[in-house]
Design a binder for this molecule. Structure first.
Ligand SMILES: [Fe+2]
Ligand SMILES: [Fe+2]
Length: 225
């Protein structure tokens, strides 16, 4: 029975992986890094609202899993692609990148608690609101200051900006989908730890509930039904 389930699961992964790749690559049509980052931020804000406005706990759990999934990928994608580009292209960019890494670390620690919480837990909504408040400030910093600085540094190199946008989207396909605050957040360590934790996260994803695709618009984990 276990063997049959394993075979079915393997078959499911095999048939769905190209679909995930296609979705991820479809998202890479966003031509600049600013577009790609802002697009993710707006999605995350939608997921916050959907959790808070959900009428029942099952719906809350689905959007909770979606939020953790997307936020974890977004954070690691930035840490692997965007913040190293800040280090490289912005003068004094390391200070900017380190400030953003610290903001991520703060959110990751709370997100690790939140991802295991049931909506019936009295701390569920207060914890979510703490994440929203912390992330709101960080999103503002990125959109109004940090990413414009990077785009300005790349103003004469639009090809590199477009390449970074593509790398950001591609990297997110292979990164962890759960919060791992103990993992280092700078390459090359993030790469190695990320690749080790990502497969375990994908297995957890197979047993988690996600929003139905028709309620989402785009991009869902492989087991969303
Ligand atoms: Fe960020
Ligand atoms: Fe961001």
């Amino acid at each position: 029975m276990l063997a049959a389930r394993t075979i079915r699961t393997a078959a499911r992964i095999n048939t769905l992986t190209p679909l995930i790749l296609a979705r991820g690559l479809a998202a890479s049509h966003l031509s600049s890094l600013t577009d790609a980052i802002k697009h993710d931020h707006r999605e995350l804000e939608t997921y916050f609202s959907n959790i808070l406005n959900a009428k029942d706990n099952d719906t809350k759990v689905r959007w909770q899993n979606q939020l953790v999934w997307e936020l974890s990928r977004h954070a690691v994608g930035e840490e692997l692609v965007v913040y190293p580009a800040m280090d490289k292209y912005i003068s004094n960019g390391t200070a900017v990148a380190d400030k953003d890494r610290a903001a991520h670390q703060k959110v990751k620690i709370i997100l690790q608690d939140f991802q295991a919480m049931d909506p019936s837990d009295p701390q569920f909504e207060p914890t979510l609101k703490t994440i929203i408040a912390d992330l709101k400030q960080h999103i503002q910093d990125e959109e109004l200051h940090d990413i414009p600085l990077l785009e300005k540094a790349l103003a004469n190199n639009l090809v590199e900006s477009a390449e970074l946008a593509k790398s950001f989207e591609r990297t997110k396909m292979f990164t962890p989908t759960r919060s791992h605050p103990a993992a280092p957040n700078k390459p090359p360590f993030e790469t190695a730890v990320g690749l080790m934790t990502a497969p375990m996260d994908k297995i957890r994803d197979m047993f988690a509930k996600f929003p139905r695709e028709d309620t989402l618009g785009r991009r869902v984990p492989e087991n969303a039904t």
